[in-house]
Design a protein around this ligand. Structure first.
Ligand SMILES: *Cc1c(COP(=O)(O)O)cnc(C)c1O
Length: 374
């Protein structure tokens, strides 16, 4: 039975997507990226499903996200790479979380925290190769890698990996970043480091740029069954979208030609019309920018969103169709099932599919289908 508002997540699809991606990419290691609550799908359930599909690493942005996975009982290796200046380094080390580090200051802080715990921290050094975000800048590679090697020899930390991230701006830009990354790896070797994990590619490069694969790829959007590309659909990549966002019609109303609909009357009924009210709005992550552009599916048929999407609700014009209160409304899901895709909503809202699934709010309960057997 459909909930009033509900994001249904097919965990079997996540498992199958990871298994498929591993078979086409073929790296020694596969990281499933489950930051931001698993791109809105639920971090711990997605992590388990991805591990069942053969992922052997989990990736998150910050330490809090990593600790949440540990609290959920997940023992797999986890890397966290974006940190508060006063991050809980000791908590992360004690919980066996690998720390992606981008500066000498962070290396020193982590080494100090490890020393106070009497432990060796596992770290992965992030090199900046073009994105201009975090990562050690090329001008500091030599001193930072030398410091890391010293701290490693002192037993404070083990440099388990070296990594970077691509812009996907163009094949030429990415090829330039690969060349920079290779220079960084050579410097690391010269400094006496022997990281077992080298990694650069997220979903896009993992799929289309074999030279960027190295020992591991970090797969985010693709494990959720969505395409990182404008020019390829999920199905064309052999992926199944895991999330279906749906709800139930909360009211049905028949209005005369000329009736205004929702705030500002940006849409007026051109003819006598039947309207269905859907109880999801921008507070739930339904993008207001898609007002008047997106479609939903009711009883298997597509209908346009009309007027402004409000905080809690929006209106759909259902034409001649007989729609009743309580009928299921699907905003997006697997287009192979005849419903709109997250990509279609992204297009309507002028954004990307990542934004559509990740923004689904707390008021929308997640329910899970097809979890892997424990
Ligand atoms: C989010 C993220 C990823 C995953 O990217 P996708 O495009 O979703 O596959 C990989 N690496 C880093 C560093 C990230 O921040």
């Amino acid at each position: 039975m459909t909930g009033y508002r509900e994001a249904v997540v097919d965990l079997g699809a996540v498992t199958a997507n990871v298994a498929h991606l591993r078979s086409v990419i073929g790296t020694a290691h596969t990281m499933a990226v489950v930051k931001a609550n698993g791109y809105g799908h639920g971090a711990a359930p997605v992590a388990r499903a991805a591990l069942a599909g053969g992922a052997d690493w989990l990736g998150v942005a910050d330490i809090e996200e990593a600790l949440e996975l540990r609290s959920a009982g997940i023992r797999a290796p986890i890397l966290a790479w974006l940190h508060d200046p006063d991050a809980d380094w000791a908590g992360a080390i004690a919980a066996d979380i690998d720390l992606g580090l981008s500066s000498a200051r962070q290396l020193q802080q982590v080494a100090d925290a490890a020393e106070s715990l009497g432990r060796t921290a596992s770290v992965q050094i992030k090199l900046e190769t073009g994105l201009s975000r975090n990562g050690v800048h090329e001008s500091e590679w030599a001193p930072v890698l030398t410091l890391a090697a010293e701290l490693e020899r002192a037993g404070r930390l083990r440099v388990r990996g070296i990594f970077s991230h691509l812009s996907n701006a163009s094949p030429a830009d990415d090829t330039e970043a690969i060349a920079r990354f290779d220079r960084g790896l050579a410097l690391a070797a010269a400094a006496g480091l022997s990281p077992e994990l080298t990694h650069l590619a997220a979903s896009a490069a993992a799929l289309r740029l074999p030279a960027a694969r190295y020992a591991m790829v970090r797969l985010g959007i693709s494990i959720y069954g969505l395409s990182p590309f404008d020019d390829a659909t999920s199905a064309e990549l052999g992926l199944v979208p895991a999330m279906t966002l749906r709800g139930r019609v909360a009211a049905v109303r028949h209005v005369a030609a000329g009736a205004g609909v929702s705030y500002d009357y940006t849409w007026r009924a051109p003819v006598d019309s039947s309207l269905a009210l859907v109880p999801l709005g921008y507070a739930d992550g339904v993008p207001r920018q898609a007002s008047g552009c997106a479609r939903v599916s009711i009883a298997g048929r597509p209908h346009p969103v009309v007027g402004r999407i409000a905080m809690d609700q929006f209106v759909v014009s259902v034409g001649e169709d007989l729609v009743r209160v309580g009928d299921e409304v699907v905003l997006f899901g697997d287009p192979a099932a005849g419903v709109p895709s997250a990509d279609e909503w992204a297009h309507a809202a002028g954004t990307i599919n990542y934004d559509i699934v990740t923004r689904i709010g707390r008021r929308v309960p997640r329910s899970y289908r097809n979890p892997a057997a424990e």
